[in-house]
Design a protein around this ligand. Structure first.
Ligand code: FAD
Length: 504
C-alpha cells in the first residue's frame, strides 16, 4: 500500500509526482513506455506555466538554451496577440520541445524520490473504501507480460487522451470531433522555401491549412489540417506519401520530403471528463480534457491541473485537509478546461477554409487590433485570466487570482512571492509588527510559512495568504486589524485545515 499511484509518466504525471514528493507523499509512477518519448508534440509553455515553474525554482532549467517568444496567434490571424499585455512577471511564452520538458520533470521527480516504473502499464483498476488497486502489466524486459497489483490511498490517471484509468473508472468523456484530419511529419525538405515557414506561419487555402516550422537545421515540422476528411483507422501506420499528398491538396505544390523522424495523425476530438474525481481515483491532464492543438494550451492546462491537485492530495494523505479540499480540484479546474475547449473550438471554426468564414476573419482581424480585445485574448490563451471563485472572498480582495508581481521586504532581505513558494507550502505574508504572528505560527506553522514582511508594489496587498499553487487565498489592503485576522483564520482553516493543538 502506497500513498499515491500516478498512472502515466508523461509531463503531467511527472509534474504531479514532483508536487507530491515536495509535500513528503510517497508516490509510484507507472509509465507504459520503456524509454522516454524522443518526439515532441508541444513546443510552447505559456506565461502562467512559467509563473508556476518559477514558483518551484525550475524556470532557469527550462530557460537554458530556449527562446522566449513575446507573441501568440489567435486562429492564425494578424495582428498577433501581444503577451506583453498579460502583465505578471513572465509576459511571454517559452519555446521548448515537449521532450525537454518531460526530461526535466522526470529528472526532478526522480531526484525528489518518486518511484518511477517505466515499462509498467496499468491494465486494471478497482477501488473500495480503503484503497484504489491497479493491475499492472510489465512491458519489455525479461519479465514482459508478467503482472502484479499495487494498492494506493489514491490513484491519479495522467495517462493521456485515451486514458485507461478514465475508461476503467467509467468516467464519461463527452464531446465533439470528427470534422478535421491533421497530419504531422518531422521531415527533411529538399526545398524548404516551397513552404511558408516561421511562427505561426500558417497558410490557409481553400483546401485546408498548412504550417511548417523549422525545428532544427535540416528538420522541418510539416503539419496539414483538412476539414471534412475522415482520419484512417488509428491502427494503420501513417506514411510519408500520405503527408505528401495532403500537402499537395492543401498547397497545390509537390514538395519533396524524406527521412521522416516522426509521423503522426490527429483529429479535433474536444472532450471533457464528466468529473475529475471518483472516490479514490482522479484524472489530470489529457486524461481529463482533450482539444485540437491550436494555441499551444493542452500541456499548459495539464501542468496547472497538477499544481492545483498536488498539495490538495498531499493534505488528504497527510491528514490535515479539510473535508472539501480535494473536491475543490474538480470545482476549480473543470471550468478552466471547459473555457479552453470553447476557445479552441472557436479558433478552429475561424480557420475553416470555407470562404463563408472569410468575412468573419476580416472582422476578427479588426477586433484584434483593438488593445482591449488583444489583451483579453492574450490573457485567455496564455492562462493568466484564470481566477478561481472563492465563496468567502471579500469585495476588492485579491483572493482567487494568482500571486501578484510584487517585492517583499522581510528580515531575510528582499524577495518575491515565487521564491517564497519554492518549498511547495502555503505562505502568509503579514506585517512584521502583527501581534497575532506568534499565535498564527503556532496554529498553522507546520503547513504554512508565516513571514513577517512588507509587500511593495501592489495596491490592496498589505497582507496575503498564498496557497501552495501560488493563488491568493486571502488578502488585506492594510494591516492586520481584528476583523482581518478573523478573515485570515477562516481562510487558513478553509485551505489548510484546523489549527494544530500544540502549545500556544
Ligand atoms: C501536434 C500537437 C502539438 C501540441 N502542441 C502543444 C503546445 O505547443 N503547447 C501545449 O500546451 N500543448 C500542446 N499539445 C498538447 C500536449 O502535447 C498534451 O496536452 C500533453 O502531452 C498532455 O500531457 P499528459 O501528460 O496529460 O499526457 P501525455 O503526454 O499523453 O502522457 C501520457 C503518458 O501516459 C502513458 N500511458 C498511457 N496509458 C498508460 C497506461 N495504461 N499505463 C501506464 N502509462 C500509460 C503514456 O505512455 C504517456 O507517457 C500539442 C499536441 C499535439 C498533438
Amino acid at each position: 500500500m502506497v500513498d499515491v499511484v500516478v498512472a502515466g509518466g508523461g509531463p503531467v504525471g511527472m509534474f504531479l509526482a514532483t508536487e507530491l514528493r515536495l509535500a513528503g507523499v510517497e508516490v509510484v509512477v507507472l509509465e507504459r513506455s520503456v524509454d522516454p518519448n524522443p518526439h515532441s508534440r508541444a513546443f510552447r509553455l505559456q506565461p502562467r506555466t512559467l509563473d508556476v515553474l518559477d514558483s518551484r525554482g525550475l524556470l532557469d532549467r527550462f530557460r537554458a538554451d530556449h527562446l522566449d517568444w513575446p507573441s501568440a496567434h489567435f486562429a492564425g490571424l494578424r495582428p498577433l496577440l501581444d503577451l506583453g499585455r498579460t502583465g505578471g512577471e513572465h509576459p511571454h511564452s517559452l519555446l521548448i520541445p515537449q521532450a525537454h520538458t518531460e526530461r526535466i520533470l522526470e529528472e526532478r521527480a526522480a531526484a525528489l524520490g518518486a518511484d518511477i516504473r517505466r515499462g509498467h502499464e496499468l491494465v486494471g483498476l478497482r477501488q473500495d473504501d480503503a484503497a484504489a488497486t491497479a493491475r499492472v502489466r510489465l512491458v519489455g524486459g525479461e519479465h514482459a507480460g508478467g503482472e502484479y497489483e499495487i494498492s494506493a490511498r489514491y490513484l491519479v490517471g495522467c495517462d493521456g487522451g485515451r486514458s485507461a484509468v478514465r475508461r476503467l473508472a467509467e468516467i464519461g468523456f463527452p464531446g465533439t470531433g470528427g470534422r478535421v484530419s491533421a497530419l504531422l511529419g518531422d521531415v527533411t525538405l529538399d526545398d524548404p522555401d516551397k513552404l511558408p515557414s516561421g511562427i505561426p506561419g500558417t497558410l490557409r487555402t481553400p483546401a485546408g491549412l498548412l504550417m511548417a516550422v523549422a525545428l532544427e537545421p535540416g528538420i522541418t515540422r510539416v503539419l496539414t489540417t483538412e476539414f471534412g476528411r475522415d482520419l484512417p483507422d488509428p491502427e494503420t501506420p501513417m506514411t510519408l506519401d500520405e503527408l505528401r499528398d495532403s500537402v499537395r491538396r492543401v498547397t497545390g505544390e509537390d514538395v519533396t520530403m524524406r527521412e521522416p523522424r516522426w509521423l503522426s495523425r490527429f483529429g479535433d476530438a474536444t472532450c471533457l471528463a464528466d468529473h475529475y474525481r471518483d472516490h479514490r481515483v482522479l484524472l489530470a491532464g489529457d486524461a481529463a480534457h482533450v482539444h485540437f492543438p491550436i494555441g499551444a494550451q493542452g500541456l499548459n492546462l495539464g501542468l496547472q491541473d497538477a499544481v492545483n491537485l498536488g498539495w490538495k492530495l498531499a493534505g488528504e494523505v497527510r491528514g490535515w485537509a479539510p473535508r472539501t479540499l480535494l473536491d475543490s480540484y474538480d470545482r476549480e479546474r473543470r471550468p478552466v478546461a471547459r473555457a479552453v475547449l470553447r476557445e479552441t473550438r472557436a479558433q478552429l471554426a475561424l480557420m475553416n477554409p470555407d470562404e463563408s468564414i472569410n468575412p468573419l476573419r476580416e472582422l476578427f482581424g479588426e477586433l484584434l487590433a483593438l488593445d482591449e480585445v488583444n489583451a483579453y485574448l492574450a490573457a485567455l490563451v496564455s492562462g493568466v485570466d484564470v481566477r478561481y471563485v472563492f465563496e468567502d472572498a471579500e469585495d476588492g480582495s485579491l483572493a482567487g487570482g494568482y500571486a501578484p508581481a510584487c517585492a517583499i521586504m522581510s528580515a531575510a532581505g528582499a524577495t518575491r512571492p515565487a521564491e517564497l513558494l519554492r518549498t511547495g507550502r502555503g505562505v502568509a505574508l503579514l506585517p512584521e509588527d502583527s501581534a497575532d504572528l506568534a499565535e498564527l505560527r503556532a496554529g498553522w506553522g507546520d503547513r504554512v510559512d508565516m513571514v513577517g514582511a512588507t509587500v511593495k508594489g501592489r495596491e490592496g496587498a498589505a497582507a496575503l495568504l498564498l496557497r501552495p499553487d501560488g493563488y491568493v487565498a486571502w488578502s488585506a489592503a492594510s494591516g492586520l486589524a481584528d476583523d482581518a485576522v478573523d478573515g485570515l483564520r477562516r481562510s487558513l482553516t478553509t485551505w489548510c485545515g484546523a489549527p494544530s493543538e500544540g502549545p500556544r
